[in-house]
Design a protein around this ligand. Structure first.
Ligand SMILES: Nc1ncnc2c1ncn2[C@@H]1O[C@H](COP(=O)(O)OP(=O)(O)O)[C@@H](O)[C@H]1O
Ligand SMILES: [Mg+2]
Length: 253
């Protein structure tokens, strides 16, 4: 893999109570490429994604062993600030979840409370973020409308704009299109493709075609373990592991 590594896990095991959700996972996420995480429901995809920006911290009983590194820094070190981690490593969820506030406020809120933009700069930052999320032209005349009044696809792009406004370095997306229609899905896929010039992205998807279209590299998980990780065409057309082949050809999962 030629690109530099932005995120890395080393022998990472995550448990909820006593039962491990992912086991002994060692994986390197490349810079400025799209990494797809695929695998059957319950195999630990969301758990791994949340480990990358310390969202598992919010789950009572969750614990980990092993390491997560962000540009060689230990994400779970005592002197690492989890709020700063989540600013630099943004997240978009399966169900679009705008705040019940105006379109403008949805995007401006994070930078404002984090002191990232002066009042005079905020409008520019909001516009830039909405443009990058491919939403500006549709909402520029209704910035004061409630974010929840947008369509599902627009809401998901608003959530993307909200993440982009924090000027992150990595964007994690957990099944970002699974609640969207095919047109909105294609829209998001096109956007992610453009965004990889600037950001590393990790996309969890259960849609095999989406992974094949979108991702440069693909990781296949099964029962909490990383089974196979490689360039996407290799994983889909010449899988090394039998289990991967069974999954990508739709024989299970
Ligand atoms: N908050 C939680 N508390 C307890 N168990 C959980 C929690 N979240 C996930 N799990 C369990 O961890 C395993 C992996 O779940 P998850 O990471 O959500 O998988 P996926 O995203 O691949 O469907 C599953 O067995 C699931 O039941
Ligand atoms: Mg999940």
């Amino acid at each position: 893999m030629v690109n530099a590594v932005v995120l890395e896990t080393r022998n990472l095991t995550i448990r909820y109570g006593a039962s491990p959700a992912i086991r002994d996972v060692t994986i390197s996420i490349p810079e400025k490429r799209i990494t797809a995480i695929i695998g059957p429901s319950g195999c630990g995809k969301s758990t791994l994604l949340r480990a990358f920006n310390r969202m598992n911290d919010f789950i009572p009983g969750a614990s980990h062993e092993g390491a997560v590194l962000f540009r060689d820094r230990d994400l779970y070190a005592n002197d690492t600030d989890p709020v700063e981690v989540r600013r630099r490593i943004g997240m978009v969820f399966q169900k679009p979840n705008p705040f019940p506030k105006s379109v403008f406020e949805n995007v401006a809120w994070g930078p404002r409370i984090n002191g990232l933009a002066r009042r005079s700069e905020l409008a520019d930052l909001v516009e830039r973020s909405l443009r990058r999320a491919g939403l500006w032209d549709e909402v520029k005349d209704r910035l004061a409308s409630n974010g929840l009044s947008l369509s599902g696809g627009q809401q998901q792009r608003l959530c993307l704009a909200r993440a982009l406004a924090m000027e992150p370095e990595v964007i994690l997306l957990d099944e970002p299109c699974s609640a969207l229609d095919p047109v909105s899905t294609a829209r998001i896929e096109d956007l992610l493709f453009e965004l990889k010039e600037r950001y590393a992205m990790v996309v969890v998807t259960h849609n095999m075609q989406q992974a094949a279209r979108l991702a440069d590299v693909t990781a296949f998980f099964d029962a909490g373990r990383l089974v196979e990780f490689g360039e996407t065409p290799q994983v889909f057309t010449r899988p090394r592991e039998k289990r991967t082949e069974e999954y990508v050809t739709g024989r299970f999962g």
